[in-house]
Design a protein around this ligand. Structure first.
Ligand code: GLU
Length: 495
């Protein structure tokens, strides 16, 4: 274990929005930093120029911030160990790659694609299918030969000279010793012919110079650990503590969650990117609460905990080494719990952007009034768009939908007419008072509640599903409710 101050990083390649699995890794890293009063650093690993996507950096940062995982050092906020974007650090990587060459720990490789393909083929044929090490064509040549090749060919890559025998043993905080047979390792490229580093070189140099104390990343990076461990040794640097976290699997426990092939639960697509959760209306605090429990557990039955508690109680040694399935139903449940706990004002504020996007300007005061009546019905929040259409973009209901089961046009007209008369007498239009005039009317008409209230619901909202009827009319207001009832009656007259 290291006794260095905790400095941990999230080091994404900027390829677009944040994947939910990366969000979980980021979260655990952030929790560890906050729990330890350490620093959380955002570093952008953009040395693979082919994969670079314009504006991806903004999208990434927006997603991480939306989750509330603020970083202490990073591309936009700066910090003492910047720059925090790898493409701005090329000289550093080049310098250290050449240093390794001078020390005899790495070498210039002049192999062409064809030479490599041939070497691979020969290795496969002559070594019983084994290919590790086939790329060592230019490792064991004389200095003169090397100088000659450099002159002739000009371009080269720098490869790391992996140990050829014995074992590489690296210690992982949650997995224990990870052992590699050196004969199975390859001489990986550190610096490409265009002067760009590979991920391996850049990550080791940056983690060292940014004084990263713990490397927290998913277990997918375990195969790279042998090289990284040996690189630290070659540089003569203390290595950080390794923490390889479990990956997040599909809800059925099979395979990684993938954007291209999103999982389905209960006939619904499960979003894979954080941005899709935001757009659907999951609360960031619910997502954080839920994600804390994927591949990690406090070891008790408590399901709901706020971020402060989580930070206080967080213990990196409780991160499980086993991959964890993404329990979507539990996320929906957690989101519901958080929505129910919002005040009316807060719920309204969170709904505004969804409704504005769908309908333009919305009346916030009205939203605050309807909030208690929809709280149980908007999970995720985007469901409010359909549920509240009657408030912000009302279109009268066609006659066939107005007429309820076992009723006809004349009967429907009668219900609308009498309801209008009763409701028009009210000076207090609260839902309780509406009930006092409408309940006797239902009895008097000898109809079912569903028939009378269904008629009124369709007249005032044009929706099969709406918040409770009297509460809905209360929020619409007396004038608007009566106008809609009257208009429906008039429309039926024309039928
Ligand atoms: N750039 C790597 C990625 O895209 C980071 C891996 C690491 O954390 O070392 O995931």
């Amino acid at each position: 274990m290291t006794d260095k101050p905790v400095r941990v990083r999230f080091a994404p390649s900027p390829t677009g929005y944040l994947h939910i699995g990366s969000a979980r890794t980021t979260l655990l890293t952030w929790l560890f930093a906050r729990h330890s009063n350490g620093k959380f650093i955002l570093r952008i690993e953009d040395t693979d120029q082919k994969r670079f996507v314009q504006d991806a950096l903004d999208k990434l940062m927006q997603d991480i911030r939306w989750l509330g995982l603020e970083w202490d050092e990073g591309p936009d906020v700066g910090g003492p160990y910047g720059p925090y974007i790898q493409s701005e650090r090329l000289e550093l990587y080049q310098k250290w790659a050449h240093w390794l060459v001078e020390q005899g720990k790495a070498y210039k490789c002049f192999a062409t694609e064809e030479e490599l393909a041939r070497a691979r083929e020969i290795s496969q044929k002559t070594r019983g299918g084994r290919i590790a090490g086939y790329e060592r064509i230019y490792r064991f040549i004389s200095d003169e030969e090397r100088a000659k090749l450099e002159k002739e060919r000009g371009s080269y890559v720098i490869r790391f000279a992996m140990p050829l025998e014995g074992e590489t043993v690296a210690h992982d905080r949650i997995r224990g010793d990870v052992v590699f047979k050196n004969e199975e390792l390859s001489d990986m490229v550190l610096l490409k012919s265009d002067g760009f580093p590979t991920y391996h070189l850049a990550v080791v140099i940056d983690d060292h110079f940014m004084q990263i104390s713990h490397v927290t990343r998913t277990e997918e990076w375990l195969p790279s650990l042998a090289l990284h461990h040996n690189l630290y040794e070659a540089f003569g640097w203390d290595e950080p503590e390794w923490v390889h976290m479990p990956v997040v699997l599909n809800p059925n426990g099979k395979g990684k969650m993938s954007k291209r092939n999103p999982p389905m639960v209960d006939g619904k697509i499960v979003p894979v990117m954080v941005n899709d959760y935001r757009e659907a209306g999951y609360l960031p605090e619910a997502l954080i609460n839920f994600l804390t429990n994927v591949g990690y557990s406090f070891g008790d039955d408590q399901e709901i905990f706020n971020v402060q508690d989580t930070i206080t109680r967080f213990d990196i040694d409780r991160v499980s080494p086993a991959s964890a399935a993404f329990n979507f139903q539990k996320l929906v449940w957690t989101n519901g719990v958080y929505i129910r706990e919002l005040t009316d004002e807060d719920l309204a504020d969170r709904l505004v952007p969804f409704l504005q996007k769908a309908y333009g300007n919305v009346d916030r005061a009205k939203l605050v009034k309807i909030a208690p009546h929809i709280r149980e019905r908007v999970n995720p929040l985007s469901e409010a768009v359909a549920l509240l259409k009657f408030m912000f973009n009302f279109e009268p209901c066609p006659n066939d939908k107005l007429i309820q089961k076992n009723m006809d046009a004349a009967g429907t007209r009668n219900v609308l007419h009498l309801s209008y008369e009763r409701l028009a007498t009210l000076t207090d239009f609260s839902h309780e008072v509406q009930a006092t005039v409408m309940e006797p009317l239902v009895e008097q008409l000898g109809l079912k509640k569903a028939q009378v209230y269904g008629t009124l619901r369709m007249a005032t909202t044009a929706q099969q599903v709406s918040p409770p009827l009297f509460e809905t009319m209360e929020v619409l207001g007396k004038d608007e409710s009566l106008a809609r009832i009257q208009a429906a009656e008039a429309q039926l007259n024309g039928a």
